[in-house]
Ligand binder design. Structure first.
Ligand SMILES: [Zn+2]
Length: 230
């Protein structure tokens, strides 16, 4: 299993101001990230598991799924997880104009803000598609794209025992951002075993820090926490 495919290695060379792939590695933090949810069948069990280990994570949510399962998004916020933006419909970003991409992002940012009061969330493009145009647009607004440094490959939906064995053979290091998904149960079945092992190895499971705040007027990244639907 290639934990850091070539493309990700290249993205890892870019400055954090453009693309972030890792978290703070000064302590013993691991950054679990889950894409494509919330999912009515799988996300509740994942949240139960994370709670049992007092683990915080980051969820890169698809806007239309947020509309389907607002109660799960609220639960994420209530239980200390961080919300990220993974577009509204999870389209092929490479086939969209920049304006269409920004619309996908803006609609989802507004949806998420109702729950956490944050105006601009970390954004991870669907399927990790990298676009120079979007990156430049973000950079001009002091915003970066969030990728990952450790790919669990859970989307291949194979035998979790095999995945666990591979991850044990090449375990994540402090500061790694781990890519997983909560629209299937593969990650849950891996983490049922691995969370305890990683915790015993001294790791703490942390949510990614908020996206870098811009200090430039007229826009503010963090809105007053007032629009929470409760
Ligand atoms: Zn995705």
């Amino acid at each position: 299993m290639k934990l850091l495919p070539g493309r990700m290695q290249v993205l890892g060379w870019l400055p954090d101001a453009l693309v972030s792939v890792r978290g703070d590695d000064r302590g013993r933090a691991l950054y679990l990230t889950f894409d494509d949810g919330p999912h009515g069948g799988c996300t509740p069990a994942l949240l139960d598991l994370l709670r049992a280990y007092r683990a915080c994570a980051s969820f890169f949510l698809v806007g239309r799924n947020v509309e389907r399962h607002p109660e799960l998004v609220q639960r994420m916020v209530d239980e200390g997880h961080r919300l990220g933006n993974h577009s509204y419909t999870h389209p092929q970003f490479g086939r969209l104009s920049l304006a269409q991409q920004l619309e996908e992002i803006d609609v989802t940012d507004r949806l998420l803000a109702r729950f956490d009061g944050v105006r601009r969330h970390r954004f991870r493009p669907p399927r990790g598609v990298f676009s120079l145009g979007l990156t430049a647009h973000f950079a001009a607004r002091r915003r970066n794209l969030t990728y990952w440094s450790y790919n669990s490959m859970d989307y291949q939906r194979g035998d979790p025992v095999e995945f666990i064995a591979r991850m044990r053979a090449a375990p994540p290091k402090a500061g790694e951002v781990i890519l997983m998904h909560d629209d299937g149960d593969c990650a849950i079945r891996m983490l049922e075993t691995l969370l305890g092992e990683w915790q015993a190895a001294g790791f703490q499971f942390c949510a990614l820090p908020h996206a870098r705040q811009t200090h430039a007027a007229p826009e503010q990244d963090v809105a007053v926490r007032s629009a929470n639907p409760g």
